[in-house]
Design a protein around this ligand. Structure first.
Ligand code: NAD
Length: 503
């Protein structure tokens, strides 16, 4: 079966109406072969506004449904995802080019967040706070926000939406999703799976989860619409720079999950076998197209010559190829622009004195598919392209001697998403995790930068945008807090002893 036929068969099995992906103006391509999979009708601005209105109406009903009952819908969605895991995971591999275990892993992440959100639906609690006034009680209550807009990137085409949607829904919001224009089919599949869960749950208002198909133009409608209370936007820092100020202008809430330029430090005491595996997965996995991909590595002078030659060997031998037909560990880049971006960065690195292993195109039968050998670049210093995120498998390696200097260089980039240190020295590990250590939202010890679990809050600082999604108390970002003070006495004492007696 061709990739196109297989995609259509999967979409049909997953319950997606053919009309949604035929005869339209927007092409979805598979990076695996470069072929056009489908042509989707684009949501017009008027249609987008109508969908947002519908979601706003749905919110008015949904906010009054008790949270544990809202959790029941998400529980059923998790069940439907379990049943659809093989098909949806395969579709992720076809449309985003992920190797199969990663395609399936992405769906597993959706299932995990559903489980988390179901438990959360009975734990949306606030504090009771001591009050200075007799016969009074003070507490916090949490309420849903309204319509939550989700803008997502191509590289996690389904998981990122589910992180947002599962939490937003149990919190009592409705959700309008603008998926990446590069991966709209997996988004349609998610909507179809969600519709099955909604039908089983019963009593779910129409419009609770809507989808807008198109590029940034339709994303802008979502960003500017006054009925959208929060926009959770995942993508490049460039996108965040456009979206953030527009949301701020109308005082809407923002969760920004933007680019990363993640680094690791390998210390003298590091377990080099462990570090090697973690670095290889972090830097080459998902063909370098994770926001948490390892992009910079600082290796202590005393272990450099033991680690880097082994790393070079791993780069020379890693299997690159069609993720649907082979067990290759590295699949394709998303498109030609990504390939050109990678070549440009490598040229700049070479000009700055970098010594490159790999990085060239791997020819296949498909001229429109862009496979590359991951590149390991030994750099004399942290300069030029090392300072920027290039969304491709390039790992820049640098020597260090002084620990403090390594941490300083680690933090000396715009982004602040994920970081890791490899050491068996307690002082180094703790200092890296301390206030003077890594300035990222994620800081790991003896684990690579990528592959986070849903239980922790996910996100980063500085040019990564500051947003948090997924576990811990990230749910608070999808709700508004009210402080309530109740007077059950017969008097009206004023706070701070103020007196205001009228006759
Ligand atoms: P991108 O910025 O090109 O697009 C992301 C999404 O934003 C798409 O849906 C796009 O249509 C939309 N968009 C772009 N400009 C917009 C605008 N002005 N208004 C409204 N919507 C707009 O990113 P991409 O190439 O799809 O993804 C790769 C990038 O995403 C990398 O930088 C990566 O690090 C980042 N990313 C970050 C995280 C995270 O959690 N921090 C997760 C995944 C990806």
């Amino acid at each position: 079966m061709t990739v196109v036929n297989e995609a259509h068969a999967l979409l049909s099995r997953l319950g997606v109406d053919r009309k949604l992906y035929t005869g339209g103006a927007m092409a979805s391509r598979s990076p695996v072969t470069g072929e056009v999979l489908a042509s989707l009708p684009v949501t017009t601005a008027a249609e987008a506004a109508a969908k947002i209105d519908k979601a706003s109406d749905a919110f008015r009903i949904w906010r009054m449904v008790p949270a544990p009952k809202r959790g029941e819908l998400v529980r059923l969605f998790g069940e439907e995802l379990r049943a659809a895991k093989a098909d949806l995971g395969r579709l992720v591999s076809i449309e985003a080019g992920k190797i199969q275990s990663e395609g399936l892993g992405e769906v597993q992440e959706m299932i995990d967040i559903c489980d988390f959100a179901v438990g959360l639906s009975r734990q949306l609690y606030g504090l009771t706070i001591a009050t200075e006034r007799p016969g009074h009680r003070m507490m916090e209550t949490w309420h849903p926000l309204g319509v939550v807009g989700v803008i997502s990137a191509f590289n996690f085409p389904v998981a990122v939406w589910s992180w947002n949607a599962a939490l937003a829904l149990v919190c009592g919001n409705s959700v309008v999703w603008k998926p990446s224009e590069k991966t709209p089919l997996t988004a349609l599949a998610c909507q179809a799976i969600f519709a099955k869960a909604a039908a089983r749950a019963g009593g779910v208002p129409e419009g609770l989860a809507e989808i807008l198909i198109g590029d940034r133009a339709v994303g802008e409608v979502l960003v500017d619409h006054p009925k959208v209370a929060l926009v959770s936007a995942t993508g490049s820092t460039r996108m965040g720079r456009e979206v953030g100020p527009r949301l701020a202008k109308r005082f809407a809430r923002a969760i920004l999950e933007l680019g990363g330029n993640n680094a690791g430090i390998v210390c003298p005491s590091a377990d080099l076998d462990m570090a090697l595996r973690a670095i290889a997965f972090g830097a080459m996995g998902t063909a370098g197209q994770r926001c948490t991909t390892l992009r910079r590595l600082f290796v202590h002078d005393s272990v450099y010559d033991r680690l880097v030659p082994r790393l070079r060997k791993a780069y020379e031998s890693v299997s690159v190829g069609n993720p649907l037909e082979t067990s290759a560990l590295v699949g394709p880049l998303i498109d030609e622009a990504a390939f050109n971006g990678m070549q440009k960065a490598l040229k700049a690195a070479e000009a700055a004195g970098g010594k490159i292993t790999g990085g060239s195109r791997v020819e296949t039968a498909h001229a429109e598919a862009f496979y590359v050998r991951p590149a390991l670049v030994e750099m004399p210093a942290q300069i030029g392209p090392v300072l920027e995120e290039t969304f491709a498998p390039i790992l820049y390696v640098m020597r260090y001697v002084d620990f403090d200097e390594a941490v300083r260089l680690h933090n000396a980039v715009g982004a602040g998403l994920s970081s890791s240190i490899f050491t068996l020295d307690l002082q180094e590990a703790e200092r890296f995790l301390s206030a003077e250590g890594s300035d990222c939202g994620i800081a790991n010890v003896n684990i690579g930068t990528s592959g986070a679990e849903i239980g922790g809050a996910f996100g980063g600082e500085k040019e990564t945008g500051g947003g948090r999604e997924s576990g811990s108390d990230a749910w608070k970002g999808y709700m508004r807090r009210a402080t309530n003070t109740i007077n059950y006495s017969k008097a009206l004492p004023l706070a701070q002893g103020v007196s205001f007696d009228i006759d």
